[in-house]
Design a protein around this ligand. Structure first.
Ligand SMILES: [Zn+2]
Length: 252
């Protein structure tokens, strides 16, 4: 048995027995793990209140490889995210980012690069709630890139000509030019400025995305649905994020 101390994000918490809870964490040291927080729902518990999604915490837990659920012993709050904003939409994009991580990262798959990327994204969303939509799109592109599925925006995947506008081919998970994609029904279409916008995001960090010198466009939500479809195609796993359906209900 080892004692692990690591930064973590809370993905979700479910009550367990009378006073405990089981918490799914995304940790920097070990990726996704489940821990039991014994007595965490007692009023006087030192763990109480910290084990909520959108909290960035430091944890200490006992780890045993043969166990599915590890034992949490200590939590320190590093930052409670989205507590100062009254903008519901920004918290929803924060939750959608966590949900995306929960779907694309396998249990015990250790990836500090993904962890740092999501922490940086959430912190930037917290500071710049007006740009959450752009930051979320940037996050999907970054995750796809880290997982080895870089989103190609420059050339048609079929004829290899440079793209001036594009169509997303959901059958192959790639972009094609207008003439190569003319037979596709109900395609996602990307204009020249959409392509330029996505291309810029690929070369940006969350901080430079919101750089006031190059104000981001206000992209339509079909762009992030297309990117989620793209990522889902390549990881071969559906990505219907519940948080985003809440958003559609709020502003159809
Ligand atoms: Zn083409």
């Amino acid at each position: 048995m080892a004692i692990i101390k690591t930064e973590a994000l809370v993905l979700r918490t479910i009550p367990f027995q009378d006073t405990s809870c089981i918490v799914k964490l995304f940790t920097r040291a070990q990726g996704k793990i489940s821990v039991i927080a014994k007595g965490a729902r007692r009023l006087k518990s030192s763990l109480r209140g910290y084990l909520e999604p959108l909290n960035y915490i430091e944890t200490i837990y006992y780890y045993k490889a043969t166990r599915d659920i590890q034992t949490l012993t200590k939590v320190d709050l590093l930052q409670a995210l989205f507590t100062n904003t009254t903008d519901v939409e920004s918290s929803i994009f924060g939750l959608a980012s966590l949900e995306l991580i929960d779907r694309v990262v396998h249990d015990h798959q250790h990836d500090a690069e993904v962890f740092d990327s999501v922490v940086q994204t959430l912190k930037t969303m917290d500071r710049h709630s007006d740009n959450c939509r752009v930051l979320f799109i940037h996050f999907i592109i970054s995750v796809a890139d880290i997982l080895g599925y870089r989103f190609e925006t420059e050339y048609c995947s079929r004829c290899k000509n440079r793209l001036s506008s594009a169509i997303y081919n959901s059958g192959t998970g790639q972009l094609v030019c207008q003439s190569c994609g003319s037979y596709l029904s109900n395609p996602y279409k990307l204009t020249e400025s959409d392509l330029r916008f996505l291309n810029n995001l690929q070369q940006s960090s969350p901080e430079t995305v919101i750089n006031p010198v190059t104000p981001p466009a206000s992209p339509d939500r079909t762009i992030y649905y297309m990117l989620l479809a793209y990522l889902a195609y390549h990881i071969d796993y559906p990505l219907n994020l519940k948080s985003l359906s809440i958003l559609s209900e709020l502003s159809p």
